[in-house]
Design a protein around this ligand. Structure first.
Ligand SMILES: [Zn+2]
Length: 220
């Protein structure tokens, strides 16, 4: 049976989360989560997500959706604020599978050049996990704070679409390792097409279309 992972995407809608340096945490979380989802799906994992676009979604709803999905593991993606520097990942205070998951993800994020603030636990005043995401999800879970939105240096690890994708893939690699699934690089291909004896008008139209799709176009 296919392994199942649920990805909680922090904030959304009117709740932007941390906002600084021209970046909004809710959008960052989503871009990273979508890349993570795609990488997991590419490896045959069934993925559930709390949201796949910019929309309001409370933590209570996220936890309900996650538990209804019944995943093997649950991750929640956030970015931080408060002037720190680096990634930190929260897990259940008692350790267990969620801690292993957190450690594997941390290793992969460090491997793409992010510095680590380490694995963390946080308790509430009843001695339980402070984060509802960790306390109320049925599956082993962790909560990832990828980088500090309000730190100009730290944000350089995720301030472009390509870097957000890289972060998402790093998280996926850590999840895959925890699931016992071997990560394989995606094959890439080169495509060359030729069209000849075109009128100038037709060639111009095609060239414009192909360039818009990201092709390199030479006309002779
Ligand atoms: Zn957040």
């Amino acid at each position: 049976m296919a392994k199942k992972v649920f990805i909680g995407v922090g904030h959304g809608g009117a709740d932007n989360g941390a906002v600084a340096n021209g970046l909004k945490e809710d959008n960052l979380n989503l871009a990273i989560a979508l890349a993570c989802r795609d990488e997991l799906i590419r490896h045959g994992v069934k993925v559930g997500m709390s949201r796949t676009k910019d929309e309001a979604d409370t933590l209570a709803d996220e936890i309900k959706e996650c538990n209804a999905f019944g995943p093997d593991y649950a991750i929640e993606i956030h970015n931080n604020a408060g002037g720190g520097d680096g990634v930190e990942i929260y897990h259940h205070y008692g350790g267990g599978k969620g801690k292993t998951l957190a450690q594997n993800i941390l290793n992969e994020i460090v491997a793409i050049g992010q510095n680590s603030r380490g694995l963390k636990i946080k308790k509430n005043n009843q001695g339980k996990d402070w984060y509802g995401w960790i306390r109320q999800t049925s599956a082993p879970a962790c909560l990832i704070e990828c980088a500090f939105v309000d730190n100009k240096k730290d944000i350089t690890i995720i301030d472009t679409a390509a870097e957000q994708k890289k972060m998402g893939i790093a998280i996926a690699k850590g999840v895959l390792k925890t699931l016992g699934i071997k990560w394989v690089a995606e094959n890439t291909y080169t495509l060359t097409a030729t069209a000849s004896k075109l009128t100038k008008a037709k060639a111009d139209v095609l060239a414009k279309e192909l360039k818009a799709k990201g092709f390199t176009v030479t006309m002779k």
